[in-house]
Write a protein that binds this ligand. Structure first.
Ligand code: BGC
Length: 344
């Protein structure tokens, strides 16, 4: 195991390597995962995460490659939220809603500070002032990335606030298990251990109803991501593909395996484990986005990567009966997700 600091266009990076030669690099901007070199079935390493060719991409992203989104990942309808009986107006940075925490110093596009490391982990920290983007409470977020010798990257989130507030932290890494520049991921085979999912409206907004999986959202048996993606299903048409959350069978404490994705070409298999109550699949429907300058000169194609974002349902704070997305003063937010790679 080893830890090394480096620089990317003048911004700090942190690289963790394990005994198998698996290597993951995190950038200070957005605490973003900018590369993950994973051995394929022939032992050849492939970089399985999408990224930008320069820091400029990360500073002005609309695709949110690799980034930690906060303080509230996903959408909040009407850019407003009621917390402990008081209405808060938020910054509106897409349509008429707030996405991934708003427009003022978004977590995803600003630097986290280095806090500490061990030989297989690094902790970055970010302070979000009271009132920024309209959210109440000075908030401190610590994100720890830990690499195991079993080729797992664990992301642990730890946050507190000095006022009642809302929170939803997620990592927005796009994976392509065939290699980041290999085109569409529609041929990857996914298994989702979930009986229910969250339909969306025309703003890709969760509207409070969780329902049993319909056939196109049923991945309880392994199925190609792309098998039904162009089927004309209304839910898929609203988002141009999958941009939906599934319910994770967790008690909120012990991480469980919620999703597996297998790439027949490389043999690489990804297992996602989390103690978060949902996992949101986004199939890169809006790629390449405004900034098309990907790493290694790549221009990513539509559906050239998939994100499996754990956390709470998008817009869940509009449905307090779900009990998700609120953080009380001095309460501790503590969740973790592991992305583990094997070969088959
Ligand atoms: C959202 C997508 C959005 C993407 C990039 C995802 O988390 O669900 O709708 O386009 O982030 O912002």
């Amino acid at each position: 195991m080893s830890f090394e600091k480096g620089l990317f266009d003048g911004f700090e990076t942190y690289t963790l390597k394990n005994k198998n030669g698996m290597e993951v690099t995190i950038l200070s901007i957005g605490a973003s995962v900018i590369s993950a070199l994973v051995p394929d079935r022939d032992g050849k390493k492939r970089d399985v995460v999408l990224g930008y060719g320069s820091a400029k991409g990360y500073l002005n992203t609309d695709a949110y490659f690799g980034a930690v989104c906060g303080r509230f990942a996903f959408r909040i309808a009407d850019a407003s939220v009621e917390i402990s009986g008081k209405e808060y107006k938020l910054t509106c940075n897409e349509g008429n809603y707030t996405i991934h925490g708003g427009s003022e110093n978004p977590c995803a596009m600003t630097e986290f500070d280095y806090k500490s490391n061990t030989d297989n982990s690094v902790t970055l920290t970010r302070f979000l002032p009271d009132g920024e983007n309209g959210f109440p409470g000075n908030m401190t977020i610590d994100v720890t990335y830990t690499l195991s010798d079993e080729n797992g990257i664990r992301i642990s989130y730890f946050a507190t606030s000095d006022k009642d507030t809302v929170i939803n932290l997620s990592n927005h890494t796009y994976f392509n298990l065939d290699g980041h520049a290999s085109g569409s991921v529609e041929g990857h085979i996914m298994t989702m251990n979930a009986d229910t999912f969250a339909p969306i409206d025309e703003n890709i907004m969760f509207y409070g109803k969780v329902v049993p999986v319909t056939p196109v959202f049923d991945f309880r048996k392994p199925k190609e991501i792309g098998r039904d993606i162009n089927s004309g299903d209304h839910q898929l048409e609203l988002a141009g593909g999958y941009d939906h959350a599934w319910t994770v069978r967790t008690n909120g404490k012990t991480p469980v395996a919620c999703t597996e994705v297998y790439c027949p070409e490389s043999g690489i298999n990804l297992t996602v484990k989390t103690n978060s109550p949902i996992v949101h699949l986004y199939t890169g429907n809006y790629l390449p986005g405004n900034n098309t300058a990907g790493k290694d000169g790549t221009v990513y194609v539509k559906r050239g990567g998939f994100c499996l974002e754990t956390g709470f349902y998008s817009n869940c704070v509009k449905f307090p009966e779900l009990g998700m997305g609120f953080l009380k003063k001095d309460e501790v937010f503590d969740y973790e997700t592991e992305f583990k790679f094997d070969v088959k």
